[in-house]
Design a binder for this molecule. Structure first.
Ligand code: FEO
Length: 172
């Protein structure tokens, strides 16, 4: 069944926001690579790949429902951070915003009685719980080590081990 236009427009807006999220994480990755924190840089590069996948899942879904995808300019993002803690705190704030946006989409799908969209959004709701929890864990560890160089190096090494796995969802 063709998707309602208002809901399609809201999903299209979220596609832009997913690319914007990826852009933010790429900026974080580049910044920390330039500062020599290569593990952190790797972690954010993988995070940016995930955001692109989130956008692609939404694009595929809109196409499956005969909706229209129109890519818009991506908003400028912050480029400098004072510390790793500030970077991860910004990420957590950003992900909370994403979660709220997904909830708003879900509420709109409910209003439109669009059960397929609600079903599709369930994956994102679970994903956001993971995203927020992972960021909170990293932030807690950073707060624990404070300015201790050995602790920071240890965290950087752990973040270097993250690899990208494409999400298994829908027809992706
Ligand atoms: Fe696509 Fe990090 O939420």
């Amino acid at each position: 069944m063709k998707i309602d236009e208002k809901l399609a427009a809201a999903i299209n807006d979220q596609i832009n926001f997913e690319f914007h999220s990826g852009y933010l994480y790429l900026a974080m990755s580049n910044f920390w690579r330039e500062k020599g924190r290569n593990g952190v840089a790797n972690w954010f590069r993988v995070q940016a790949q995930e955001e692109r996948a989130h956008a692609e899942i939404f694009m595929n879904y809109l196409h499956d429902r005969d909706g229209v995808v129109r890519l818009e300019p991506i908003a400028q993002v912050k480029q400098n951070w004072e510390s790793l803690a500030e970077t991860f705190a910004d990420s957590l704030t950003h992900e909370r915003k994403v979660t709220q946006r997904i909830y708003n989409l879900y509420a709109l799908a409910e209003e439109e009685k669009d059960y397929a969209t609600r079903q599709m959004l369930n994956w994102y709701i679970a994903e956001q719980v993971e995203e927020e929890s992972t960021l909170q864990d990293i932030l807690d560890n950073l707060e624990l080590v404070g300015t201790d160089g050995t602790g920071i190096l240890q965290i950087d090494r752990e973040l270097a081990t993250r690899t990208y796995t494409a999400p298994k969802v829908g027809n992706n």
